[in-house]
Structures are given as C-alpha cells and as structure tokens.
Design a binder for this molecule. Structure first.
Ligand SMILES: O=C(O)c1cc(C(=O)O)c2c(n1)C(=O)C(=O)c1cc(C(=O)O)[nH]c1-2
Ligand SMILES: [Ca+2]
Length: 680
C-alpha cells in the first residue's frame, strides 16, 4: 500500500459502490452521492464515537475542503490551498505543500481564500489554486510534478479565481473558476492528468459576436446561446462561472457542468432585460473526450438575482412512474429541487423546498420553464426576494442514501432586498463586485427581513424524497448556515451545525443519535474511510464562506481537521477562547447623507466578506475596537492587514469613501447595540 497506489485502474472503479475503504474523489464516487457503504460505525454503536486525532489549521477563515483518503493517507487542503498529507490513522504529518498564493487573491474571491478540495489520480494530487494555477504534486512526496495556469488574470475581464475542487475523470482533470460577481466570462477546461496538456475548453456564455468563434469545444453551443443575449453583455463578461459542481457518467461519457449567475447580476443592464441568456444557471452536459455540447437544462432563464446553479449535482438511478430513470439531481440557490434525465436533459420533476418562494410559483412541466411570481424581476424600486443570492442551498455538499431513497441537504430561508441601478448609472471596475444592484437599502424592507429572521427558524437539515418531491423530515436550527452532509450505510447522517457541534442523525427518521460541541461550525462535508479494519469519520471544522443574514460572527476557535472513531479516548479539544465583551460604539455624529453613501459603498465593496448590513462575515465590523477604528483608513485604503487577507482598497476608494463607510458602521453599531439579540 502507500500513496503510490492512487492508480488509474483502481480509480476507475470508484464510480461503483464497494470501494469503501478510500475516499478518492470529491463526492466519493463520480456520481457525487457521498454515500459510503461502510457500516462499522452505525446507529447502534455511534454513541461510542470519540475524537481519535485532530490538527489545528491555524486560521479563522472558512475551511470548505472535503479531504481525500487513499490507502491510509489523508490529504487535506486548508486556506490559500495549503495541502497536507497525514497518516489517516494516527494524524502524523507526512508532507505539506504550500503553493504560496498571494493574500491579495482573497479580494477576488467573494467568500474567502478557501477551496472545496483536491483531486487524486495515478500517484498525483491535483490542486486548483486560488490564483488560477492547476498544480499536480506527487502523492508520496508532495513535490510538484507539473503546473499550468488556467486563466488569464488582470483587467479588464480577468477577475477569475478558483475555489472549486478539481475532478479527475478517467485521466482528465476538469476545472472551472469563479468571478461572475466581479465580471468574467465563465469557462471549464480539461487537462491530461499525466502531463497537464490542455484537452478542451468550454465557454459557458458567448463572447463578442464581432470576434467570431473562439476555436474551442464550445463553438457549436455558442451558436445556440448567442441568440438568447441582447446588447453588449461581453463588455462585462456575461458570467456563467462553473465555480463548484461537476459530475461524470462514465457509461454515457458525459461531464456535467453546473453554471453560475450572470455578470452583471442585473438582467436589465446585462442583456437589456431580454432573452434567456444561455448557459447561465444551467446544467450543461458535454462529451468527456471532446468537450462538445450534448444537452442543457436552464434552471434560471433571465437570470437577475445571483442565483447560481453551481450547487452539487448527484447522479442516481431512480424508479419514477414505474420506470427506472437515470437522473441527475440538483437543489440550486433558487429553492427548487430538480430531477432531470441525465442522458437527454429532459426535466422529470421540480418542486420548491422552501416555505416562501417569491421567485417562481412552480415550474411548468410542458415547457420546463419557471412561472415567475409577479414582480420577481428587479426594477428601480427595492423589493424583497426569498430565496436571495444568500441561497436556499449553496455549495454545501448534499448526499443521497439509496437505502432510504432520500437526499439530505442543508437548507435555509434567507431573503434580501434587491433593486436594479439604472443602466446609465452602471460603471464597471476591475476588482470590484460589479452587480448592477442599487445598494441603497430600504429600511422598512430590512426591518421586515430582520423581523422574519427573529420569528422563524430559518435554517434546517432537510431529508427530501426525490421521487415524490416531498419532505421526509427536517431538523431545524436557530440560524441558517449549517454545513454539508455525509450519508453512510450505518443509517447515519453526519452534519456540522450552526450550534457549533458535530451531529449525527438516523438517516431514516432524523432522530439525533450523537452530538459533540466542537466550538466551531464545520461548513464542509464529512468523509468516512477505513484503515486496518477501523472506520473513521473526518471533517474540517472551520466556519466561513457564504454570509449568513442576522447572525453575528461566531467567536469560535481556529479551524481544525477533526477525526473520529469508536471508543477513542484521551484526545480532547483545547478550551474555547474567552468571550470578548462588546465595545460600546462611538456616538454617531455623521450626517445622514454620509451614512447613506457609506451604506452603498459598503454594499459594493465590503458586504461579501463582512456580511450584508455589516452582520456576519469574517469579522463583525459593528464591534470594532478603538484601535481598529483609529487605524480604519490605513486598513481599508493602505492594506495594513493585507497579510490577513484584508487588501487595501486605495486604488478604488478615497479617504472620504473610507470615512463614509466608517460612519455607516458606527450607525449600524448604534442601531444594534441596544438590542441584545443582535450580539454574538
Ligand atoms: O459567481 C461566481 O463566480 C461565484 C463564485 C463563488 C466562489 O467561487 O466561491 C461564489 C458565488 N459566486 C456565489 O454566488 C456564492 O453565493 C458563493 C458562496 C460561496 C462560499 O464560498 O460560501 N462562494 C460563492
Ligand atoms: Ca455568484
């Protein structure tokens, strides 16, 4: 055994169940079901689960990666793509590879310098680095074998980054990118896993028609897409980034690409409010060898809301209407659960799984199109949308248990206020979130959102029957934002929760079987594996990524990789950090006009990391210390905290702008200080 055993022949078998000891691909199998046949840990003995070993990852940022395990070696990826190999049984470190990604790249990733994972094939580990490098390292030594740059960075349309896990399908590494919120043209590339040679490239949206065909695999598909666009979308990239999910069916030889939102978000600006804008927010099936288009299904025509369809896609064979169907399933941001024939792209069913869906009343099964609610599109008057860009379900891994027939996912109700800028007022800046949203928030609508958030439990673990398209059970949480899931043959369903615990439920009933406080909210999905006859469960516990409305940041410990097994004793987590008393905010002296300017600037520049309305995110700016306030302009404009990922914005914000943002933050702190429920 040993890492050299990551060989292509054995990897080919992973799409079939039974290869249970290892976790060799992001979603376990190429079908991405995240269902392990291991059952040594099961509902009758899970109460004996204990911590076997852990490793401090020494970051307070989100750690989203699914680790891999190959023949007793666990490969994990922390922030800025640092990869470490461990003895999977003992936790002993074997090697670390740091690609030395510059902290300035954090600014081009909406939700932090995190990666959702790595890939393994034939003695190599593949890293999709934030800065666009695809790096192959030797699985045994951690030494670099080859590197290729997957995108062209820099202005005007190079605001790409990589946050998704690469996949290796039969010797081909497939990788996408993010950046549609900043302004890019989305694409997916495949490389030869052995050499790094490019095999094909598929653009997800058309470029400037005046430039002619791209000479890439997507050319024929772009003929279909082009007539669905209007105006001069290519000036802002168009979007459609494939920033997370892929799946592969080796028999059909199809690679499934989940595509993202438009760039800019506002349909009125991007495409003059006309056309479906293919292939935004779609599943596109392409030939694995040539990258050529086979079929598509678009979940969100006329994309206007930063509704992405990059959410996990799972392949399964289900009996529907008395017939065995080969399906692909997805629960994207828009709150609908889709079941699609994965050979043809035919929509089989779609139902909403959230209690309020202000986007669409239903999906018309004749046309396969959503029937939009009145007023769903954005205009100049602010309106509430739920789901919103904050997502009914985002990248957090879901799982399918063929025994129960249920799909499990982290779901949530999170609305937000939308308004479109007038097209004339829209200006495009490289590096900046270029949404076209008018960020003047409507205080009444915001108050309504907060009221709803307080009144309802808006986060839940959902068990969903994909055949009947109905809920089987749910576990509710006090807030949105719980993590991805793992399903096992022991009737177990494993999830990190917003209550700062790791919880294990009975997959058939939802009954809580085991729960452990871990002083962290794992957002990643757990994995399970076997070494020398012992089953382990491993998870990265490091909260971060998608902002959560109305949730103050958790004062949690450093991110950790946690590994459990039955009857483990003697390993305990260090005590949590002492809670910090809230500093009383300064008196608000700024005039209303300055506060409102600050609110707009905050929305465009800060909200993606620090949370909508300055709640949530990587650091809660309402409760800045006096020292931080004194250094505010230096931090914001001159990048004095750049080593922590907070890059200076001096090239696009003035001293006055920084003062306005600070005034807005003081206003927000004063609004909330008196309200104890807003406190962390
Ligand atoms: O449009 C894009 O290219 C893009 C990229 C990413 C990303 O790369 O993480 C996210 C999103 N969009 C997005 O809409 C979103 O809600 C989101 C959440 C997260 C996260 O890491 O939690 N990333 C992203
Ligand atoms: Ca997006």
């Amino acid at each position: 055994s040993g890492p050299a055993a990551v060989d292509g022949e054995r990897m080919r078998a992973i799409a079939a169940p039974g290869n249970a000891a290892n976790w060799m691909s992001h979603g376990l199998g190429w079908d991405e079901q995240r269902y392990s046949p291991l059952d040594q840990i099961n509902e009758s003995n899970v109460s004996r689960l204990g911590l076997a070993w852990f490793d401090d990852l020494e970051t307070m940022r989100g750690v989203q990666a699914t680790p891999l395990v190959v023949d007793g070696v666990l490969y994990n990826e922390s922030v800025y793509n640092v990869v470490t190999a461990y003895d999977a049984a003992t936790g002993e470190e074997l090697w670390t590879f740091d690609p030395e990604v510059g902290a300035e790249w954090a600014r081009l990733a909406c939700c932090g310098p995190s990666s959702r994972g790595i890939a393994a094939w034939d003695g190599k580990i593949y890293i999709g680095a934030l800065d666009g490098r695809l790096i192959a390292v030797d699985a045994a030594t951690g030494e670099e074998v080859w590197t290729t740059q997957t995108f062209e960075a820099g202005p005007p349309l190079g605001a790409y980054s990589i946050t998704g896990a690469p996949r290796v399908y039969d010797g081909k590494v497939v990788i996408g990118n993010g950046g549609a919120d900043y302004g890019v043209r989305g694409f997916v590339v495949a490389y030869d896993a052995a050499t790094g040679e490019q095999l094909w490239k598929f653009y997800t949206v058309p470029g400037n028609p005046a430039d002619g065909p791209d000479g890439e695999a997507s050319d024929s598909a772009m003929q279909i897409a082009m007539p669905t666009w209007q105006g001069e979308w290519w000036r802002w990239g168009g979007g459609g980034t494939a920033w997370d999910a892929f799946a592969y069916d080796p028999e059909l030889n199809l690679v499934y690409i989940g595509t993202g939102n438009g760039s800019p978000h506002m349909w009125s600006i991007r495409s003059e409010g006309q056309g479906d804008n293919l292939f935004l927010c779609s599943i596109v099936a392409v030939d694995a060898d040539s990258g050529e288009y086979r079929w598509h299904y678009q979940m969100v025509p006329e994309e206007d809301w930063d509704y992405t369809c990059t959410q996990p896609m799972m392949l399964a064979d289900l009996e529907i209407g008395g017939r065995e169907r080969q399906v692909i399933m997805q629960a994207p941001k828009n709150g609908f659960f889709y079941v699609i024939d994965r050979a043809s792209g035919e929509l089989l069913s779609a139902e909403t799984y959230v209690s309020q869906n202000t986007w669409a009343s239903h999906i018309d099964m004749e046309t396969g199109r959503p029937v939009l609610q009145r007023g769903a599109h954005n205009g100049e008057t602010p309106h509430l949308m739920s789901p919103s860009w904050l997502a009914a379900h985002t990248w957090h891994p879901m799982a399918f248990n063929p025994e129960t027939g249920l799909v499990y996912l982290s779901a949530q109700e999170q609305g937000d206020v939308y308004a479109a800028m007038d097209a004339e007022d829209f200006s495009f800046t490289y590096h900046r979130s270029n949404s076209g949203q008018d960020r003047r928030s409507d205080p009444d609508l915001r108050a309504q959102l907060m009221e709803r958030a307080r009144a309802e439990e808006q986060g839940y673990l959902l068990a969903w029957d994909p055949v009947t398209q109905s809920e089987a059970w749910r576990v509710t949480y006090p807030h949105p934002g719980s993590g991805g899931v793992l399903a096992t043959a022991g009737n177990l369903l494993v999830q990190g929760t917003i209550k700062q615990t790791l919880a294990i439920y009975a997959a058939d009933s939802g009954a809580l079987l085991w729960e452990m406080p871990i002083d962290q909210v794992p957002v990643a999905g757990a994995i399970t594996y076997m070494v020398d006859g012992v089953q382990y469960i491993a998870i990265n516990a490091g909260w971060g990524g998608s902002p959560v409305y109305n949730l103050a940041p958790l004062r949690n410990s450093t991110a950790r990789l946690l590994v459990f097994r039955l009857d483990a004793t003697g390993v305990t987590l260090p005590p949590p950090p002492e809670p910090v008393a809230l500093p009383r905010p300064p008196f608000l002296m700024a005039p209303e006009a300055q506060v409102s300017r600050g609110r707009e600037l905050y929305g465009e520049n800060c909200a993606r990391c620090h949370g909508p309305d300055a709640v949530g995110g990587v650091a809660d700016l309402r409760w800045m210390t006096a020292e931080t306030r004194a250094a505010f302009a230096d931090i914001v404009l001159r990048g004095t905290l750049a080593d922590r990922g907070m890059i200076g914005f001096g090239d696009q914000l003035s001293e006055e702008d920084a003062q306005a943002i600070h005034a807005f933050l003081i206003a927000r702190a004063n609004e909330d200080y008196a309200d104890a429920s807003a406190h962390p």
